[in-house]
Design a protein around this ligand. Structure first.
Ligand SMILES: [Zn+2]
Ligand SMILES: [Zn+2]
Length: 335
């Protein structure tokens, strides 16, 4: 399982510096450790210096700690970014050790549910990326000590085969897409010029995937406005869920206002050799249907996605994009 802990308040920040950024000099405390822990530390050559973390007593913390298994992985988070990734190789409940290493909090508690971490390495995973990758809400802020949501984790584990690989993909291949960041501007830009004479390329064929670009300090998959404009035009500026859905005539584009939505979300581009920013992957939706796809309950979302999937499945093949319904639902965090 993949766990994470967060260092947010000033106590935790200090601990973060003392026993994560730098290892703790555990040799000083050997006499108060249980003998099996000493053996394990020695076995891993961590009986001098070791990275460690602890949780305060409390039912949730205790339960999670009890479930920790040796070999589980952990991400360390502080101030909007996951900074470290490592492997848990031992755990111990030891109030005395916790107090000597980290002291006590205002309530007089110690961080006594301790675990030891090896192979700690630096990563740099902004929380926005973490959220998009693991299917959390855009505004989710990790708190305390927890594990990745189990369903999502299992899907990723099946796909990539190991947690190291998952973290590698998340760190190096996965990019947050523009639709996570600049959705409103994207729709506005699409309608910023007259669309009545947009030409639609008729022949669907595989297109080379574009290179990621830098935007506001973030690497993102670019989206080509023209593709979106063509997709809307091809749908005759009607909602592809139900063509009778009425909106209004957009002031600048002079056509019925529709929004462009990438059926396979752009954030999945790293898993495709061919571009998914293609007319065949862009759906014209009325604002209401568009909001349903992004914000409704899974059951509601699923209804629309199944319809749109069936509508586009074959066409997508012509673009060199082959997906199953399960794959698509998974990309939306729906099981
Ligand atoms: Zn969308
Ligand atoms: Zn609609």
């Amino acid at each position: 399982m993949l766990y994470y802990f967060t260092a947010s308040n000033s106590d935790a920040q200090e601990h973060f510096r003392d026993t994560i950024q730098q290892p703790c000099n555990i040799a000083k405390y050997i006499s108060i450790l249980k003998s099996d822990i000493v053996d394990t530390l020695k076995y891993h050559k961590k009986d001098n210096y070791v990275h460690m973390w602890g949780a305060t007593p409390g039912k949730t913390n205790k339960d999670r700690w009890a479930k920790l298994e040796l070999g589980d992985k952990i991400l360390a988070y502080s101030k909007g970014v996951f900074h470290y990734y490592g492997t848990i190789f031992a755990k111990t409940q030891n109030k005395k050790l916790a107090e000597l290493v980290w002291g006590k909090n205002k309530k007089g508690e110690t961080w006594e549910y301790i675990y030891f971490i090896k192979d700690l390495k630096e990563v740099n995973i902004p929380v926005e990326k973490f959220n998009a990758f693991f299917g959390y809400n855009k505004n989710f802020i990790p708190q305390g000590f927890s594990n990745i949501e189990r369903n999502r984790f299992e899907v990723l584990y099946k796909k990539y085969g190991s947690i190291d690989k998952i973290i590698d993909v998340l760190s190096n291949e996965f990019l947050i897409s523009e639709d996570e960041i600049e959705e409103d501007n994207y729709q506005l830009d699409i309608h910023s010029t007259s669309l009545s004479r947009v030409k639609v390329d008729v022949e669907p064929k595989p297109e080379k995937r574009p290179k990621p670009k830098h935007e506001k300090g973030k690497k993102v998959w670019p989206r080509d406005l023209k593709k979106a404009q063509q997709a809307l035009k091809r749908a005759e500026f009607k909602c592809e869920v139900d063509s009778s859905h009425k909106t209004f005539i957009s002031d600048k584009s002079n056509v019925q206002y529709m929004e462009a939505h990438h059926l396979i979300p752009m954030k999945m581009q790293h898993e495709f050799e061919k571009s998914i920013d293609v007319v065949g992957n862009i759906i014209s939706l009325c604002p209401n249907c568009h909001r349903i796809i992004h914000h409704a309950k899974p059951k509601e979302k699923k209804k629309l996605l199944v319809r749109l999937f069936n509508k586009r499945k074959e066409e997508l093949e012509k673009y060199g994009i082959s997906i199953s319904l399960d794959y698509l639902l998974d990309a939306y965090g729906i099981r």
